[in-house]
Design a protein around this ligand. Structure first.
Ligand code: SAM
Length: 280
């Protein structure tokens, strides 16, 4: 028996009584063409270990295994899905491990050997938090992220200076990885449909990622926390705490203190963060 012989995802949901729990951001992809399209973005999967967050009824899990992933750890908070996932495990030659619990507390690097990819249709309520944890990890422990978010979050990941969605998430993600929008998925493709459309983004780590995400995180929080303000206003407190003269600091990075954060390239934030460190 193989994974292909399993009942359809709709039947699995029905026989196991897997109604969606909105509190856990449950919107399922029951179309295997779509889950296969996402899994294909993560190819090659042979020789790669995959952490899948929130497998739910297991559509993407099936696709990842069918596309040849060496091993998949599926981390699911809702215990109702474990029997359906175990049925996939029974057909997967020991390649599927199921971990029940909160993925925010799960140490992927400790539990899955390299090379690791993270592939997921993420729960909306905690997806951004997970992404920030992965891009600010030191060292970067993954070789690729293939992630489905609500469209607006995906746009924030790939946004460029001047775009309405450009902000902290773009600066952090684009400081460690090449980020691209793969494709959009309309809300009607999910069961039940969410209120907004979704999109899949792919992050491939840079050979030399920016080294100090902690300082960059703090700096972007201050700068974009008050995105309508000029930098000389929003960064005053951080300059004081870092014992830097604000105008000198920004001037040494070639940045006009009257600039607003959404106009600056990622490299400008990196220069400002480096200058804070150089002063320590
Ligand atoms: N991957 C499935 C699919 O595409 O059909 C389900 C995706 S659904 C958007 C999100 C899944 O994440 C749900 O199964 C939900 O139970 C699970 N989930 C929510 N919060 C979680 C957490 N903190 N840790 C692990 N899983 C979580």
């Amino acid at each position: 028996m193989s994974i292909k012989a399993l009942p359809s995802l709709s039947e699995t949901v029905k026989t196991h009584g897997l109604g969606a729990n909105k509190k856990l951001g449950q919107h399922f992809l029951l179309d295997m063409n779509l889950t296969d399209k996402i899994a294909r973005l993560a190819e090659p999967l042979e020789g790669h270990n995959v952490a899948e967050i929130g497998p739910g009824p297991g559509g993407l899990t099936r696709a990842l295994l069918l596309r040849g992933a060496e091993k998949v750890i599926a981390i699911e908070m809702d215990e109702r899905f474990i029997p359906a996932l175990a049925e996939i495990g029974d057909m997967s030659d020991g390649r599927l491990e199921i971990a029940q619990g909160d993925a925010l507390k799960y140490d992927i690097a400790a539990n899955l050997s390299a090379p690791r990819k993270i592939v997921a249709n993420l729960p909306y309520n905690v997806g951004t938090k997970m992404l920030i944890n992965w891009v600010t990890a030191s060292p970067i422990f993954w070789t690729q992220l293939v992630l489905m978010f609500q469209l607006e979050v995906a746009q924030r990941v790939v946004a460029q200076p001047g775009d309405a969605h450009y902000g902290r998430l773009a600066v952090l993600c684009q400081s460690v990885a090449y980020c691209r929008m793969a494709f959009e998925v309309p809300a009607r493709a999910f069961t039940p449909p969410p209120r907004v459309d979704s999109a899949v983004v792919v992050l491939d780590p840079m050979e030399t990622p920016f080294e100090d995400l902690k300082t960059l995180g703090r700096l972007t929080q201050e700068a974009f926390g008050q995105r309508r303000k000029m930098l000389r206003r929003s960064l005053r407190k951080l300059a004081e705490q870092s014992e830097l003269d604000l105008d000198e600091w920004l001037g040494s990075c070639g940045i006009n203190p009257k600039a607003r954060p959404e106009t600056l390239p990622v490299s400008a934030f990196q220069d400002m963060a480096r200058a804070i460190n150089a002063n320590r």
